[in-house]
Ligand binder design. Structure first.
Ligand code: NAD
Length: 337
């Protein structure tokens, strides 16, 4: 627990990880200005209240929870609220919530007056281990996930592992899927904790380790020109499944869990499935293969009919593979229920 510095030149920032850090927002963040606190309506109010109380002039924006609301309509509401409340270039946005709140609020901050300060206080396991790090922001548009967005690094990230105590267990497991993804591709030791250790008892260590892994990747490839694509492991099929199902059927991390299984060698697949099952994450699901392939064909990672994917030949190692849609389709029965 402590401070992890993300070194990105003039866009460098600190990630503070500490139990109780939320309650230090007043001195950790520069809130001596207009502050827009953005959350969805599933985030306990008290978390946003802490930031509101610490702000010189706090404003609140709460939108309906769910991926369907990571939309241009919600973005419009946030930006319009800021215009009406007289926000200028020196004011800031603070996300208090999960990955959806962070992606939405970060994108609003990236384009309001061509970019204003953004702070992130992630309150789900997924956002603490993954989405709050690296400056990717986005909304869904035209039925395509994260199709419109920007790179906009936060000024600081405050991670308080205590706040995930109010999350339902399914959401905890959902977030751990992204940490497991990083372990499986990069860190065999961390993966063995998922395979055999006390995962929940080591949550703080898993958060910190995941951030350290993501830090290395983001620092080497801030704008996803190459290496950073490794973080998309499991996401080609995962996003395809997510887009093909009625909104909210499966969570993002659950879809990524399914998406990882076909993209590794047969020799390591049983270990991956065991680690996922220990967390209660899905390893099989019933889905429409045509709809999944249709969604994959719109994937941002596709060029012509080739799709850039990540494959894990052995635990802790990865390689990039360009695949055709038919090659991917042939793997889907591995996870079909
Ligand atoms: N920017 C990135 O690099 C990146 C990386 C991975 C995922 N993502 C995005 O993150 C999103 C998923 O994030 P998520 O899993 O955090 O989902 P989420 O933001 O929808 O949060 C999940 C649910 O938990 C509720 N919640 C949040 N904090 C809570 C708390 N402390 N106690 C009780 N309930 C709480 C929310 O209201 C919501 O209903 C997806 O849209 C995905 O695309 C972004």
């Amino acid at each position: 627990m402590g401070v992890i510095r993300i070194d990105l030149g003039k866009d460098s920032y600190d990630i503070v990880i500490r139990r109780g850090a939320l309650y230090d927002a007043g001195f950790e963040l520069d809130l001596d200005r207009k502050v827009l606190v953005v959350s969805d309506d599933g985030v306990p109010d008290e978390y946003g209240d802490v930031v509101m109380d610490a702000a010189r002039e706090g404003f609140r924006m709460v939108f309906r929870a769910g991926e369907a609301n990571k939309s241009i309509d919600t973005l419009n509401e946030i930006l319009t609220h800021m215009v009406r409340c007289g926000f200028d270039r020196h004011d800031c946005v603070v996300a208090v919530g999960g990955g959806i709140s962070g992606d939405m609020a970060g994108f609003a901050a990236s384009c309001y007056m061509r970019g204003i300060d953004f702070y992130n206080i992630p309150t789900t396991v997924l956002s603490q281990v993954d989405s709050s790090v690296g400056g990717k922001t986005a909304i869904n548009l035209g039925g395509v996930k994260n199709s419109v967005g920007a790179f906009h690094q936060p000024k600081k990230v405050l991670i308080d592992p205590d706040v995930v105590s109010t999350l339902p267990p399914r959401q905890v497991a959902n977030g751990l899927a992204e940490a497991l993804k990083m372990a499986f591709t990069f860190d065999a030791d961390l993966f063995s904790l998922f395979l055999e250790g006390d995962v929940i008892g080591n949550l703080d260590a898993i958060i910190e380790k995941s951030i350290l892994l993501k830090k290395v990747i983001v620092q080497l490839d801030e704008h996803e020109k190459g290496l950073r694509k490794v973080l998309n492991f499991g996401h080609t099929i995962g996003h395809g499944i997510e887009a093909s199902l009625p909104a909210g059927t499966l969570f993002h991390g659950e879809c990524v869990s399914l998406g990882m299984i076909p993209m590794c060698s047969e020799s390591v697949r049983p270990a991956l499935e065991k680690a996922l099952e220990r967390l209660g994450l899905p390893t099989r699901f019933s889905f429409d293969e045509d709809a999944v392939c249709e969604a994959i064909s719109h994937d941002k990672k596709s060029t012509g009919d080739r799709i850039s994917t990540v494959f894990v030949p052995e635990i802790g190692k990865y390689e990039f593979r360009d695949m055709g849609l038919n090659d991917i389709r042939a793997l889907l029965p591995l996870i079909q229920k």
